[in-house]
Ligand binder design. Structure first.
Ligand code: NAD
Length: 427
């Protein structure tokens, strides 16, 4: 049984291992909270790990068997919540780490969910739409006893989307014999999705960045921003922050980077990318080496693409004042120490990108009520939660003299441990 409580030693060789990164932060927070050994074991172990083998008849008539996982790390504060990814390199270790991350993220923003994650080992780019639908439906059927609005509520993740959620919702509903929209979030609007969900993660990043600026007595107008990744999170953050007055001076993508010290026209850049397939060559900016753009002097850096981009090998070179982690796990534990020495104000992923799961929570609430909110209400409620969570984390960091990331973990562990203590151990 793998638990998060094994002794953690992070070296250069294993710096990028997500399981060890989760374990290192967990250990540090647990130690500072003086959690007893028993509680450490409970919080450090998944409540349930399901492995399924999924037969699918491919379009050419052949039978293939795929392996899938669903891990429920904790259901102490409510149903498990977390995405499902389809990728060739999915491992149970990765799914476990991501499930625990979701527990802490939901606890940081204080929404009544535990943490879960799922994954299927497959290459979705070589599967047809029909094959993907069969795979999704059979995976759902295999884990159906553990799913449900009160049990476990999946969402999209890497290589899954609204359509995948619609198939899961339909499969679950066919078995339940009634439509159950609240079994997944991130659904299409026509099937009980929430207004504001596509923008939510990027909007949440902007909200916490604004809070950090307030602490520094700065305004968006005199704040320069570099964003890595112009997908859902980075693209939305760029658009919304530009509208708020921030100067987005560079965007970094996997195939290049563009730079304009006077500020990029984000709408024009997005239209250009749509037309040409790339951001490079954008007429209103200079092309830049994508490996260098992250190190431009700027006020805010938002890594919003992928994990392990700020490491012990490059953290020293960052020249931002605020690091707002739009992506999950963009900073390694070894890099954390360097950033602390450099006095970079880090808004950790489990806070910075929690806008997405927060609006997913709103989607679940609206589905269960059968009553849908307008976008303004969604955004106002998101703002309330992001502001309050930011204040709690920063307040916790001050009180306990720790950095923001460890403060976020401590706050989360404390909330989950408190819920477990109140409930008691059933047996
Ligand atoms: P996405 O696929 O929509 O966008 C990612 C973008 O990053 C793409 O444009 C891609 O081309 C670019 N990219 C990929 N690798 C890159 C690299 N090495 N350098 C530069 N650019 C690169 O994905 P997303 O939904 O925006 O998610 C981004 C990150 O945010 C992931 O870590 C994800 O887990 C996390 N996240 C997403 C949400 C959400 O609501 N979408 C919520 C919480 C966390």
């Amino acid at each position: 049984m793998a638990t998060l409580t094994s002794p953690v030693s992070i070296s250069l060789e294993n710096e990028n291992n997500p399981w060890l990164a989760a374990a290192a932060r967990f250990e540090e927070a647990a130690k500072r909270l003086k959690l007893d050994d028993g509680m450490r074991k409970v919080l450090g172990t998944s409540a349930r790990e399901i492995t399924v083998h999924i037969p699918v008849q491919l379009d050419d008539g052949r039978l293939e068997v795929f392996t899938g996982y669903r891990v429920q790390h904790s259901v102490a504060r409510g149903p498990a919540k977390g995405g499902i990814r389809f990728a060739p390199d999915v491992t149970l270790d990765e799914v476990r780490a991501l499930a625990s991350w979701m527990t802490w993220k939901c606890a940081v923003v204080n929404i009544p969910f535990g943490g879960g994650k799922g994954g299927v080992i497959c290459d979705p780019h070589v599967l047809s739409e029909t094959e993907l639908e069969k795979l999704t439906r059979r995976y759902t059927a295999e884990i159906i006893d553990f799913l449900g609005p009160e049990r476990d509520v999946p969402a999209p993740d890497v290589n899954t989307n609204e359509q995948t959620m619609a198939w899961i919702m339909d499969t679950y509903s066919m078995h339940a014999r009634h439509t159950t929209t609240a079994v997944v979030t991130g659904k299409p609007m026509a099937l009980g999705g929430s207004r504001g969900r596509p923008e939510a993660t990027g909007r949440g990043c902007m909200m916490v960045t604004l809070k950090a600026l307030q602490l520094m007595n700065r305004s968006p107008e005199d704040t320069s921003v570099v964003i890595q990744g112009m997908g859902n999170v980075g693209g939305m953050a760029a658009r919304l922050m530009k509208a708020k007055g921030f100067k987005i001076i560079a965007i970094v993508e996997y195939d290049g980077a563009v730079y304009n010290p006077g500020g990029l026209d984000i709408a024009a850049l997005q239209a250009y990318r749509k037309e040409t397939g790339s951001i490079t060559g954008f007429p209103e900016a200079e092309d830049m080496d994508r490996h260098e753009a992250m190190f431009l002097p700027c006020d805010v850096l938002i890594p919003a693409a992928t994990e392990n981009v700020v490491t012990s090998q490059n953290a020293e070179r960052l020249r931002c004042k605020i690091l707002c982690e739009g992506a999950n796990g963009p900073t390694t534990p070894l890099a954390d120490e360097i950033l602390a020495d450099k006095k970079v104000f880090v808004i950790p992923d489990i806070l910075a990108n929690a806008g997405g799961v927060t609006v997913s929570y709103f989607e679940w609430v609206q589905d269960r009520q059968g009553f849908f909110w307008n976008e303004q209400l969604v955004n106002e409620r998101l703002q309330e939660i992001m502001d309050e969570s930011f204040d709690s984390v920063v307040g916790y960091a001050r009180t306990h003299q720790v950095n923001n990331r460890i403060a976020a973990y401590m706050l989360a562990l404390d909330r989950v441990a408190h819920a477990i203590k109140l409930r008691g151990i059933y047996a």
